[in-house]
Design a protein around this ligand. Structure first.
Ligand code: AMP
Ligand code: GLY
Length: 428
């Protein structure tokens, strides 16, 4: 069949790379894609939020399955639109995507289903928020804008002053637009984070290999939050026992709850968890694959991803996913200045050399082909996170060494990356 992948990041390159290995696939399109994806798929310049454009393309090109990478089109209802047109699409419908679209909704589902999560107050408007804040006795506290805020809507407030300032920013100055009208004020949880991704057909769930992201921009988890500077799989903090507990206490109750609500959940469900001394608690749900977790996780998958995706929409039998015994590490290479302002258009050297190392895949994120008429076209930077250099190794140490060996061959002006991806796993 022909497959359409929507998105343009490192996650989408990893999805396209894995989908290309499926025996069900004849041709892959990606909208809009990037320079790396273009080596495996035909890129079409339709942006990921242009739902009517994507629908028209899928109808006209005999697309057998559409795979949605980012959350925005899911939240905007792309799955509903495609299904109305009789097309097969991987991901949750709009009413189920509320698990990511609204932190207040997700919190309510967790409370209703007794899912372990931090104590929180859901506050509609500044008066309710101020009242909830005045009842708080100890800091830090976490304030979350209810709606999508491009990954910037969560603020850890060290004291009351910062909390008041944050509420003013979100609810009065409206720095996130309407996304901040409602806020969730949540207890600060201390511990180690991990990402648990499961595939689900609305009734049953299959966990993917565990992984851990590195959200802060600098080594030792310092500096501001980013979309993710690296990931590895498996995450030793996710023991078999912990995974069983998350499936029993989090995943299945949420899936059952969503179904009972009339919003059955299909696709990938991503639970961001914090392993605390008081037990494992859910920080958030995402309704899509993680980035860069997907690069690390799919590097280890030995089964047909398309078949597994088809199962989530009732089009294939339940798969038995097989994983490589090796560990994987993805090191994100970013533009100078990211996560703040950065320049684009820097020529990237060394991609071929790095890709030739055994067990290394260089996933592209913000890249494109330069349009220099006279010279040979080159790959140039086109975003904040530029590459996800991903490597396998017999253990986490070997995977880390392999990934950094590949990174050392790559160069572009201003590039930066963390040198300590995987440190928590090494420490164990
Ligand atoms: P979220 O989008 O809710 O996952 O939040 C983004 C990041 O903020 C998480 O990955 C955590 O690093 C951090 N965070 C969110 N909620 C909490 C919490 N209750 N306690 C501590 N850190 C949190
Ligand atoms: N890596 C975090 C996310 O995808 O949300």
């Amino acid at each position: 069949m022909k497959i359409l992948v929507i998105g343009s990041g490192g996650r989408e390159h990893a999805l396209v790379w894995k989908i290309a290995q499926s025996m069900h696939v004849k041709k892959i399109y990606c909208a809009p894609g990037n320079a790396g994806i273009a080596q495996l798929a035909e890129c079409v310049s339709i942006s990921s939020d242009n739902i009517s454009g994507l629908l028209e393309f899928a109808c006209n090109n005999d697309i057998g399955l559409t795979v949605v990478g980012p959350e925005a089109p899911l939240v905007a209802g792309i799955v509903d639109e495609f299904q109305k047109a009789g097309l097969k699409i991987f991901g949750p419908a709009q009413n189920a995507a509320r698990l990511e679209a609204s932190k207040a909704f997700a919190k309510q589902v967790m409370l209703d289903q007794n899912v372990p999560t931090g104590h929180a107050a859901i506050c509609l408007g500044i008066d309710e928020a101020n009242e909830a804040l005045s009842a708080i006795e100890s800091f830090p506290v976490v304030i979350k804008a209810d709606g999508l805020a491009a990954g910037k809507g969560v603020v850890i407030c060290k004291d009351e002053e910062t909390a008041l300032e944050t509420l003013t920013n979100m609810q009065v100055r409206k720095v996130f637009g309407n996304a901040g009208n409602t806020v969730v004020i949540e207890e600060f949880l201390e511990g180690e984070e991990a990402s648990i991704l499961v595939l689900t057909d609305g009734d049953e769930a299959i966990p993917l290999a565990s992984s851990q992201d590195h959200k802060r921009v600098f080594d030792n988890d310092e500096g501001p939050n980013t979309g993710g500077m690296g990931a590895y799989s498996p995450a030793p903090v996710v023991t078999d026992e912990l995974l069983r507990q998350v499936m029993d206490d989090v995943v299945y109750p949420v899936i059952r709850g969503m179904k009972a609500e009339g919003a059955p959940y299909h696709g990938i469900l991503y639970a961001g968890i914090m392993v605390t001394k008081q037990g494992t608690k859910v920080l958030e749900f995402n309704v899509r694959f993680g980035d860069p977790e997907t690069q690390a996780v799919l590097a280890r998958l030995d089964s047909d991803l398309v078949e597994a995706m088809l199962w989530t929409i009732g089009e294939a039998k339940k798969p038995d996913l097989k994983w490589k015994g090796e560990a994987s590490v993805c090191v994100v290479v970013a533009s100078g200045g990211y996560p703040d302002d950065y320049k684009k258009g820097k020529v990237i050297d060394g991609l071929d050399k790095a890709s030739k190392i055994k067990d290394v895949v260089v996933f592209h994120a913000g890249t494109k082909m330069s349009q220099v008429a006279s010279a040979k076209s080159q790959v140039v930077t086109d975003g904040g996170r530029v590459l996800g250099v991903t490597a396998l190794g017999k253990d986490i140490k070997a995977a880390i060494d392999n990934a950094y060996k590949a990174v050392s061959l790559i160069h572009f002006e201003g590039m930066h990356f963390r040198r300590d991806i995987g440190w928590r796993a090494l420490k164990k």
